[in-house]
Design a protein around this ligand. Structure first.
Ligand code: NDP
Length: 326
């Protein structure tokens, strides 16, 4: 075996609430966890503004602040938090192999996958063109809304994310036009009602995007069509926001793990176990139903406890720590 191969007891992939919670539990259970943060340290919550529904923050907290606190908490117990992107895995043997940035090879007794999910786009050529140019297409109102102060923007989507982002944008922008492809919202009633009551948000039901228009560098309008009447019209806008859901970041695992039709990892009910012994999953990579920071944190805890029990079952000298169960 090459000397460059590192051996770890517990490798955690991903740095959202699931990954950091798994790291806190694994570190307190003497599993010496190593956590790779991925390309978006802190995960999706770093693109969220105010988090009001995570227990323990009575006056709310910003997403980035909460993630920094979770990281600090994991480091307090000496979890090894590293920059790096896991590019390949091999779960075919007893020892699970992962590669960091296509170079460094690590052999792991247990792996906890907390890779989360990424924003979806419509896939129109014009949308992708202005997205790549950084010229007015975004999937994160909280990250980019500031650039559109006092301007007019369009947002696509009808779920809770779209409502939350439309409301956020309405505080910065002169006008927000919301495109809803059905004749109703998918969002919870409270979120939809808030959008409906906001004076500078105009909601266009049964309306889809035909083309994102611009001068070749930046967006200046969006051509939309009514999917009942087929009528088209243009809306002047300098920003085009997409809030139509997420795709789980699970592509590198598909040759080894059971995934559902959308790519979410299938866990054994009531546990964080996957179909491969020693490989566990937590957070949005396995959750298309709840997708909340608090549920991700909860399953991060479950994954660490399951990994600890797995290690104890393999190695009589590895004691399950009682403290983690208190
Ligand atoms: P959802 O999957 O709930 O909603 C996606 C929305 O995008 C749907 O309204 C869907 O339309 C629309 N859509 C999908 N594809 C297209 C397309 N090609 N063109 C136009 N519209 C499209 O995703 P969210 O990200 O909104 O929410 C994910 C989860 O996170 C949910 O469980 C949600 O409750 C939760 N969440 C909770 C929040 C909170 O409580 N603070 C905040 C944000 C999210 P259609 O309805 O027609 O299918």
């Amino acid at each position: 075996m090459s000397e460059t191969i590192e051996k770890v007891k517990c490798l955690i992939i991903g740095s959202g609430p699931a990954g950091y919670t798994a790291a806190i539990y694994a570190a307190r259970a003497n599993m010496n966890p190593v956590l790779y943060q991925g390309t978006q340290p802190g995960g999706q919550l770093t693109t969220t503004n105010e988090v009001e529904n995570f227990p323990g923050y009575p006056t709310g907290v910003t997403g980035p602040e909460m993630m920094m606190e979770l990281q600090k908490q994991a480091e307090r117990f000496e979890a090894d938090i590293r920059h790096g992107w896991i590019t390949k895995v091999d779960f075919s043997g007893d020892i699970h192999k992962v590669w960091v940035n296509d170079e460094k090879e690590i052999h792991c007794e247990t792996v906890i996958i907390s890779t989360g999910a990424s924003a979806k786009y419509l896939g129109l050529d014009s949308e992708q063109k202005y997205l790549k140019l950084g010229g007015g297409v975004s999937a994160c109102a909280v990250c980019d809304g500031f650039f559109y102060r006092n301007q007019e923007v369009v947002i696509v989507g009808a779920g809770d994310s779209a409502c939350e982002e439309a409301h956020y944008l309405s505080k910065l922008c002169k006008k927000v036009t919301m495109l809803v492809r059905k004749d109703e919202f998918r969002a919870s009633k409270i979120m939809a009602d808030r959008v409906k009551k906001t004076p500078n948000i105009e909601i266009l039901f049964n309306t889809e995007t035909d083309e994102v228009l611009g001068d070749g560098q930046v967006v200046n309008a969006v051509r939309v069509f009514n999917n009942k009447t087929k009528e088209k019209h243009e809306i002047l806008a300098t920003g085009f926001f997409v809030a139509i859901g997420h795709k789980p970041n699970t592509d590198i695992f598909k040759d080894f793990l059971e995934l559902d039709e959308t790519g979410y990892i299938i866990n054994k009910p009531g546990t964080a176990k996957t179909n491969i012994p020693g490989v566990f999953v937590s957070g949005d990579a396995a959750d298309h139903v709840y997708r909340q920071a608090i549920t991700a944190a909860g399953t991060g805890c479950m994954a660490a406890l399951d990994a600890e029990r797995y290690l104890a079952s393999k190695d009589a000298n590895f004691e399950v720590s009682t403290s983690t169960y208190n």
